[in-house]
Design a protein around this ligand. Sequence first.
Ligand SMILES: [Zn+2]
Length: 139
Amino acid sequence: MKDLIFDEFQNSVDSCLLRHKSILDILSKLQESESKLNRSVVKAVTSCGCVKIKAEKQGINYRLNDDSLNKLNLDDLDIPLSSHLEGCVCDNCRKIIERELGNHLFYVTSLCNSLDINLYDVFLSEYKNITTFDKINLR
Ligand SMILES: [Zn+2]
């Protein structure tokens, strides 16, 4: 069922893309949509103020010695990582950010279409990567 939704979305994007069929147009529109997405998040901070950024150094607090190296369990890692965000996006900012995410997803899908890549296969592959490697696959 989920693969049908992905395929239907991918087919719809293909039928909507009339003006920007060129890979050059798609790549530039993809970059533009990412910039607009980033800007919508920045404006939530700087114009609306519903969220604040409070950033500081982050680190992994884990002391390794010879004994613990042999018994290293990734689940025992104490990783106090922060998003550096305070607050929650308001309804208006959420609406804008969601719109920009959708626009960006449109151009990601357009890129998939141009290169004959199935979007659902990409999601499945990435899902397998993040669930197989768990914390080893730190990003
Ligand atoms: Zn807001």
